[in-house]
Design a protein around this ligand. Sequence first.
Ligand SMILES: NC(=O)c1ccc[n+]([C@@H]2O[C@H](COP(=O)([O-])OP(=O)(O)OC[C@H]3O[C@@H](n4cnc5c(N)ncnc54)[C@H](O)[C@@H]3O)[C@@H](O)[C@H]2O)c1
Length: 455
Amino acid sequence: MAHGSSDAPLSRRELLKAAGLASAAFAALPEVGAALPPPPRPVGASSMLGVPFTTHSTVRLAIVGTGLRGRSVLREFLAVDGVEITALCDNVPEKAERAAKMVTDAGRPRPALYTDGDTAFEQLVRRDDIDIVYTATPWDWHVPVCLAAMRAGKHAATEVPAAHSIEDCWALVHESERSRKHCLMMENCCYDFNEMLVDRMVKEGAFGDVLYAEAAYIHDLRGILFEDKDEGLWRRTPHTNRDGNFYPTHGLGPVAWFLDVHGGDRFDYLVSMSTPEAGLTDWRATHIPRDNPKWDETYRAGDINTSLVKTVRGKTVLLQHNVTLPTPYDRLNSVRGTKGVFKDYPARLYLEGQEGGHRFRPIDDAVKARYTHPLWQRIGDIARAKGGHGGMDYIMAFRLIETMREGLPPDFDVYDAAALSAPWPLSEASLALSSAPVRFPDFTRGAWDGPRRSR
Ligand SMILES: NC(=O)c1ccc[n+]([C@@H]2O[C@H](COP(=O)([O-])OP(=O)(O)OC[C@H]3O[C@@H](n4cnc5c(N)ncnc54)[C@H](O)[C@@H]3O)[C@@H](O)[C@H]2O)c1
């Protein structure tokens, strides 16, 4: 784990260290931060790009962290054919019990429970009736759980972001390549209706040559961050001791698909700026009694972090994070090319030559009929009826199980997990260097420039 829970301010050097980046690596750089050279691949390890799952007639799934998200994905997996829930783990026994009841209420056998402390997952991963361990713990535990799962010969799936230091990103890559087990960051927003429709439009050339995209997580979490339960117990901490884009993957995941990241392109470098902090301080002043211990905290993360990401092919991505100001929900989700543009929230489209002048048009029935993604055509109705977040969570769960049952390459791999999680530590490093460019490591070690065999 890369950072503790202390509220003490970090120096520039400590910030770079927290991000898993050696400050010496930046000292000699005239303008562009150099990534540390890729660490040597462990002996016997090899690339996991495009590696198919072995076929599974039934997928035996365990979930670590059965809080809000763990139980939400459990509900999705219970609705997908061909899944057995064999074990559950939470360091709060009542939470594991609530999840176990969901399984038995669905008429399934009671899963084994692991609730004895923070590292009970180490016992869970030793079982021989688990194919994949899904982690929905707080951020600090994603990497330890994934590493334990892969070391024990299980595939690992993790909630977002997979890691929050470059060091931990590499640890996941190394273990996946050594164990030959996949480490998948389950970015549900890649499976949302508009994102999949737009991805199909991109792949079919509707926007011409794609040059630019926008991605964001803009969500007013102030109430949640100050709760005395669930995410309020852990998600405020980084606001006290780190800065940067803590949650890049919901916006960047779909954009990475649009830009063929690790299938012909990859993220090269980013620059980052944060505004001052005012949102949490203001919320506390108006909502939290003065005798509450939360008044001992100092919030350091700027309210709006804005980064620009450049790809090796020269494409540009605007990437934003803002969870501490009043705002409607927005992931920006935009793409622009030589023949048109898509913008989301609300979804709208402009394609060269369309009728009506230089005005956006909605995603109407004609567009849906032409470009709805085959997965949404196939299971969209059931996804909308059964799935969370408008159906995308069901599609994500369905697709993971489909790839495992049919022996296909997964839609994500450990390189995606690392590259999509890296903007937090990299933006933090750029901020510490007065917004200097900071390079992404090439987690694929040069193998990003071929056609992608998954999806
Ligand atoms: N993809 C999405 O749409 C989405 C939505 C919400 C949350 N998330 C992600 O899901 C994860 C969990 O978020 P949440 O909202 O469920 O938080 P939560 O606090 O409700 O749940 C976390 C659970 O993990 C348990 N836990 C903590 N440490 C543990 C340990 N060492 N071993 C086992 N269990 C442990 C807690 O007791 C709690 O039940 C986070 O990574 C978050 O970013 C993703």
